[in-house]
Design a protein around this ligand. Structure first.
Ligand SMILES: CC[C@H](C(=O)O)C(=O)SCCNC(=O)CCNC(=O)[C@H](O)C(C)(C)COP(=O)(O)OP(=O)(O)OC[C@H]1O[C@@H](n2cnc3c(N)ncnc32)[C@H](O)[C@@H]1OP(=O)(O)O
Length: 302
């Protein structure tokens, strides 16, 4: 019979192998294919991506800030976003992240000044690859993520909303995939994620129509999870978002993180691999402190 230590070791090995596939993809990118584009992105300064971790609630607030340009992403901000995702990946006490824009506006996509300077297919594809990788990692964080949309989410900003688990909008906010008007398609992974969220027919409508999505239309399509009872820039949206997310993050961080991990594996892996991963994650909470406490309290789920 396998010893307890042997069983734990076995579970750990399974966990590692199940998530290895996803991590390999991230590592390959960080070590090789992004070479060159980082230097180019550094040449476009301005704005910042700020991260505030609220230890008590386990909620982090990630703020895209470049108000003079409606929070458009400069090159430096793209690099900073990657750093922030690195920090969040190792935040073991965290449960959620709210992604917002500064000063009552979400994000107006790439900084058009940078876009004009790298308007050639080679640099465009490298920038895309960089942002695809960062946003894929954002979506895979073991934290429940919420895009809090105030004002406008345009182009790459609309794509950023799809890299979160949930989208909340203030009553006057707008999400718009303006790519067609720019002679483009989404390149930060926004099209693939949009299809996953609202289905291919609805995604085709939003992309080919470059249609403005107001809160009602967003809810009807299944893009938007909640319309907040406040307007953009009123200073109330963040508190509303924290209130909205509270029931989903009630409980210990290891359990919330485990829930997010099994959802990510179900979404991204083949069924066999997802089942393997689910078993491994299960092994990290089974017999754990929260589980033992719950068993000792003889719960009734009425
Ligand atoms: C398409 C995908 C692509 C990608 O990377 O994959 C992109 O994301 S490209 C960017 C797509 N976004 C846009 O094209 C936004 C264009 N801007 C607008 O439509 C408007 O500025 C709007 C609706 C965001 C705001 O309009 P409003 O009248 O309220 O304000 P202003 O136009 O006066 O804007 C204030 C100030 O911000 C500058 N701004 C806005 N967005 C960007 C941007 N993406 N890049 C650079 N600068 C931006 C705008 O030019 C104004 O600056 P000013 O110096 O006063 O002219």
């Amino acid at each position: 019979m396998m010893s307890m230590w042997g069983a734990v070791r076995c579970r750990l090995i399974q966990t590692r192998s199940a998530v290895r596939k996803i991590l390999q993809q991230n590592r390959a990118f960080c070590s090789g294919s992004s070479v060159g584009i980082r230097e180019k992105l550094l040449a476009f300064p301005g704005g910042s991506v700020e991260l505030q971790k609220l230890q008590e609630s386990g909620i982090a607030v990630l703020t895209v800030s470049n108000p003079a340009r409606m929070n458009a992403f400069s090159g430096c901000m793209m690099l900073e976003l990657e750093q922030r995702v690195n920090e969040l990946e190792i935040w073991t006490e965290g449960k959620a992240v709210i992604v917002q824009g500064a000063a009552g506006n979400f994000c107006s996509g790439s900084d058009l000044n940078a876009v004009r300077a790298i308007a050639n297919p080679h640099d465009g594809m490298k920038m895309c690859e960089f942002m695809q990788n960062t946003l894929a990692r954002l979506l895979r964080l073991p934290l429940i993520s919420v895009a809090l949309v105030e004002g406008r989410a345009l182009g790459g900003g609309a794509e950023l909303t799809t890299a979160c688990d949930f989208r909340l909008m203030t009553s006057d906010a707008v999400i718009q995939f303006v790519h067609k008007h720019m002679g483009l398609v989404p390149g930060w992974g926004g099209a693939a994620r949009l299809v996953g969220i609202i289905g291919s027919r609805n995604a085709l409508k939003l992309l080919s129509g470059a249609r403005k999505v107001d809160p009602d239309y967003g809810k009807q399509m299944g893009l938007v999870d909640e319309v907040l009872q406040c307007s953009s820039g009123e200073g109330k949206a963040l508190a509303h978002a924290e209130h909205w997310i509270a029931p989903f993050i009630k409980g210990p961080a290891p359990v919330i993180q485990a829930i997010k991990k099994v959802v990510v594996s179900g979404r991204e892996l083949s069924l066999d691999e997802a089942l393997k991963c689910e078993r491994s994650v299960f092994g990290t909470v089974w017999g754990g402190p929260a589980n033992l406490e719950a068993l000792a309290s003889k719960p009734k789920h009425k």
